[in-house]
Structure formats: C-alpha cells, structure tokens
Design a protein around this ligand. Structure first.
Ligand SMILES: N[C@@H](CCC(=O)N[C@@H](CS)C(=O)NCC(=O)O)C(=O)O
Length: 218
C-alpha cells in the first residue's frame, strides 16, 4: 500500500493524520500544497479544496481528517478506535467537537480586533471547559491507550501551549485535566515528531502576517 498525504505545514487537520501515521509506523510521503495558490492538480483531487487528502496506491483520494484517520485505523494495526459501537460513536463525537474547537482556535488566532477575538476565545474555552468535565484522571483520553481522540486534540493543544507562552491565557491555565493530558501528548514521539523544529517560529510568523491581536497584546 502506498500512502501520500497532501499537506500544508501549519494545518492542524493534516497534523492529526501525520500523528496517526507516525503512531502506526507506516511509511508515507508528504506532498505540500501552497494553499494561497492552489495548483490545478490539487483542485482536481480535493473536492473542497482543503488539506489533508490521502492518496492511496496512487489513485483513490480520501479527504476529511477524521475519515482519513478512520481508514488508516481500519487498515493498519494497532486499532485506535474502541471495539464497542457506543464507545466508538462517543469517540467520533469528541473528534467532531475537536474540529469545531480547531475552528475557534483559528478564529482566535486570526482576530485583529478585540470583539472577534473575545467571541472566538469565549466559544473556544466554553467548549474546552465542557471537555474538561468529560475527562477522567487518566493520562490519555481513553485511559492508558492512545486513541484517535488523542490524535485529534494534540494539534490543538500544541498550538494552545505555544500561544500561552506568547500571551498567557487565564482560561487555558485553569483547565487542569486538559493541560495534564496535553503535557502527556506533547511528550509522545508521534506528536513531537509530527512538526518540524521550525513549527513555533512558522506559527509566530503566520500570526504576525495576519496582524493577530494576540501578538499585538503580547
Ligand atoms: N474538515 C476538514 C478541515 C480541513 C481544513 O480546514 N484545512 C484547511 C487548512 S488547515 C484548508 O485546507 N484550507 C484551505 C481552504 O479552505 O481554502 C478536515 O478535518 O480535514
């Protein structure tokens, strides 16, 4: 099986799939795309013009990070989704919430004005506080075993920690269980290795280019 992940270096949805591929120790290639100038071949393979896309065996192209990750999970051991259908559905639901929160985080990071920043950060932290209540006192979402929920939230947490180091976010500080979970995730080789050493500087440069309020307030 050949796996080509069509990617963009700063995309947290791509990172979810990179983490899953690294966790499963499966060989893959990365094809970066300039999202500001999408090439024709990319428009043809990606129905919604977004990354990640996974090209399997040089032909079939999958899109949507949760679909890609579930396909990888069904075809490459070890299984990272629970066997029990109800528990599996619960994991899918939290992964979907993680996608919404990534949207909030993007809005918060891109906001140039106080009003948009406050609305995005309020929604982000309200949702994270609900997640905090769901967590048990375990190192990872589902206990000791790594799951696709871990792969889904790790990119969000990595960005939160970088943002928090630039501009301390009080409500992030107070999410004790999430931050303990985040600390465990950041130590995992598949998470640490899912970005390059330049990632924090690239994120900073992107925020600066957007005129992010976060940097102006730092
Ligand atoms: N729901 C999608 C979201 C993917 C997404 O939003 N990707 C962004 C980059 S982080 C993208 O490709 N944006 C390009 C565009 O919207 O034109 C997933 O989970 O894969």
């Amino acid at each position: 099986m050949t796996l080509e992940l069509i990617s963009f270096p700063l995309c947290p949805f791509v990172q979810r799939s990179v983490i899953t591929l690294l966790h499963k120790e499966v060989a893959f290639t990365l094809t970066p795309v300039d999202l500001a100038h999408k090439p024709d071949w990319f428009r043809e393979v990606s129905p919604h013009g977004k990354v990640p896309c996974l090209r399997v065996n040089g032909s079939t192209v999958l899109f949507e990070s949760h679909v890609i990750n579930e396909y990888l999970d069904e075809t490459v051991p070890p299984a990272l989704m629970p066997e029990d259908p109800l528990e599996r559905a619960r994991h899918r639901a939290w992964i979907a919430l993680g996608s919404d929160v990534l949207g909030d985080q993007f809005q918060m990071m891109s906001a140039q004005g106080e009003e948009r920043f406050s609305a995005a950060s309020r929604q982000l932290f309200d949702r994270l506080e609900r997640l905090e209540k769901e967590l048990q006192d375990t190192p990872l979402f589902a206990g000791e075993q790594f799951s696709l929920v871990d792969a889904a939230f790790a990119p969000l947490f990595m960005r939160m920690e970088i943002l928090h180091s630039i501009w301390p976010l009080q409500r992030w500080e107070s999410l004790e269980r999430i931050r303990r979970w985040a600390a465990v995730l950041m130590e995992l080789p598949e998470v640490a290795g899912s970005v390059t050493a330049e990632f924090p500087a690239q994120l900073y440069a992107c925020l600066s280019e957007k005129g992010s309020l976060l940097l102006r307030s730092a």
